[in-house]
Design a protein around this ligand. Structure first.
Ligand code: SF4
Length: 280
């Protein structure tokens, strides 16, 4: 799968090739050869092209209830399938960051030498489908764990395959509003809910992050609906990180107040047993 085009998720059509990894279902043609994520396309393969790399505590990903105290080699691809106005890593996800190629074997060996496994993170790892599918089993065969930090905007079939080679996911629930996803992220809510439900049902460890942005996704009603849906569909023990936003990229609203983060944590905590205020 070196070309970054797995045959099962690439459909040949008269006009070109259609990518089936995420709900955008981009059609790659001669005149428009690359996907929205800028990682996949006719003339583009982000396969193995790693942006910055660091060894991070797992708590920083964030995970609160999976392998506490472990350290993970963290990296990601040079693009993303969403375009969130508030992206905290926008230089990597929306720009053209420098990359270094590492074969799956090299990355797995690096992880073994310096950490307890790999976190595919920073940007959006589902658009790195083939690379994750090739690398994750090698990491696990060397005794490491594999975690995904994802926006959850992925189609069901590739998701199921990714789940089969990974140990834990942290998925953003960015808002309880389709309008928010369309306006701020260039996506929509339902595929993310489907992803959350699928991971929870799979038995793979799931944590969720809700970034509170003032005036965008901070109504008590919205928090209450999101929390109650999570409890009902993913289980009341699902760890949820209610996190503080800081202005980045195109979003200029002021940083979330600490009080607001604690208010949100209180509302989420009325439905869920493991709620963690973050970034405070
Ligand atoms: S993964 Fe990338 S190329 Fe494929 S459908 Fe999604 S945005 Fe388009």
């Amino acid at each position: 799968m070196e070309h970054g085009r797995s045959p099962e998720f690439t459909l040949t059509e008269d006009a070109g090739l259609r990518c089936l990894i995420c709900p955008h279902r981009c059609l790659w043609t001669d005149s428009n050869p690359n996907g929205l994520c800028r990682v996949r396309g006719l003339a583009l393969s982000g396969y193995g092209r790693c942006i910055g790399m660091a060894v991070d505590p797992i708590e920083k990903k964030p995970f609160a209830m999976f392998k506490p105290g472990s350290r993970l080699l963290s990296t990601g691809p040079p693009g993303c399938n969403l375009s969130c106005s508030h992206c905290q890593n926008w230089q990597s996800s929306q720009g053209a960051p420098p990359t270094v190629y590492h074969s799956p074997g090299e990355l797995a060996e690096l992880a073994r030498k310096c950490s307890d496994g790999i976190a595919f993170t920073y940007t959006e790892p589902v658009v790195w489908y083939e690379y994750v599918m090739d690398t994750a089993p090698l990491v696990r065969s060397l005794g490491g764990v594999v975690v995904m930090v994802s926006n959850g905007f992925v189609n069901p079939e590739p998701l199921k395959r990714l789940i089969s080679v990974t140990d834990a996911w942290n998925v953003d629930l960015k808002a309880w509003s389709d309008d928010f996803y369309r306006r701020n992220c260039g996506g929509n809510l339902q595929p993310v809910l489907d992803t959350l439900r699928t991971i929870a049902a799979s038995g793979v460890h799931l944590e969720v992050t809700y970034l509170v942005i003032p005036g965008e996704n901070d109504s008590m009603t919205e928090w209450d609906r999101a929390a109650s849906w999570l409890a009902e569909n993913c289980g009341e023990n699902t760890p949820v990180h209610v996190s503080r936003y800081f202005p980045r990229y195109r979003q200029t609203r002021p940083a979330t107040s600490v009080e607001s983060v604690f208010s949100a944590a209180g509302v989420f905590g009325a439905h869920l047993k493991n709620v963690f205020p973050g970034n405070i």
